[in-house]
Design a protein around this ligand. Structure first.
Ligand code: ZN
Ligand code: FE
Length: 259
């Protein structure tokens, strides 16, 4: 099978842009469209023509670039049916549970409401890649804005079934702040301590911390470790449900100010 090149880059203040390219077919997709100029610049560097945009949710920092990129490249825009009325230029509306073919690969659409009501993730099982945008971050998860805590809990928890070597591509560079917060509830976790040091060094060098692997997330991301005895002890929630632990952690993060 031909190779798919995946190229993440930073844009806006802390958004991840991501361009996928398969050389045989020339298929080139952007995951979300945070910034048309930044995406165009990245495409021109490698002489690529954008054929598709995969949109995860309607927020402006994921959709602002769509119309300009469509005008430039005539690309097709694929995004969540549940947010179709909020996404400019949407051509193909998809729902969780559906799959489509892109560049000879299967792309599974996964419903993950919570951050927004209709947020979807894209998963390419043959590429071991999950594009989770603002649902699952490295060592964190998205803010629950439109949906309920219970929805977000289910949205995040479903990713526990993915193979550990799956790459996690997320929507924002929040990893250092996420590590700082996670250490307040999971201070003795050696994997988390190591991840924090690694992330700090990467940021100092001006490098990106994503993609991470789901295997690393299983060891460090508190929202995927709700059953962990040390986390539960630190929260005084030994006998609580996973949903209660999730809600407590997410609410604490909402008001957490890192020094
Ligand atoms: Zn968002
Ligand atoms: Fe965002």
């Amino acid at each position: 099978m031909s190779h798919i090149d995946m190229r993440p880059f930073m844009c806006r203040s802390d958004n991840y842009g991501l361009i996928l390219h398969e050389s045989k077919s020339g298929s080139t997709a952007a995951i979300d469209a945070p910034d048309a100029d930044a995406i165009e610049k990245e495409l021109r560097k490698f002489g690529r023509q954008l054929t598709h945009i995969f949109v995860t949710h309607h927020h402006a920092d994921h959709t602002d670039g769509i119309l300009q990129l469509k005008e430039l490249f005539g690309c097709k825009v694929i995004g969540p049916a549940a947010e179709a009325d909020k996404i400019p230029g949407l051509d193909i509306a998809v729902r969780g549970g559906e799959s489509f073919q892109w560049a000879g690969r299967k792309v599974d659409v996964i419903d993950c409401p919570g951050h927004t009501k209709g947020h979807i993730a894209f998963h390419m099982p043959e590429e071991f890649s999950l594009f989770a945008a603002d649902t699952l971050f490295s060592v964190g998860c998205g803010r629950v804005i439109e949906g309920t805590m219970e929805q977000m809990y289910h949205s995040v928890t479903q990713f526990k079934s993915l193979p550990p070597l799956t790459y996690l591509y997320c929507g924002h560079e929040y990893t250092l702040a996420n590590c700082t917060f996670a250490l307040t509830i999971d201070p003795d976790n050696r994997h988390l301590q190591a991840r924090r040091n690694e992330v700090e060094a990467l940021i100092k060098q001006g490098k990106m911390t994503c993609p991470s692997s789901m295997g690393d997330e299983f060891k460090t991301n508190p929202y995927l470790r709700l059953n962990d005895p040390a986390i539960r002890r630190n929260l005084g929630m030994e006998s609580a449900t996973d949903l209660e632990v999730f809600t407590t952690i997410r609410r604490a993060k909402d008001v957490f100010k890192s020094a």
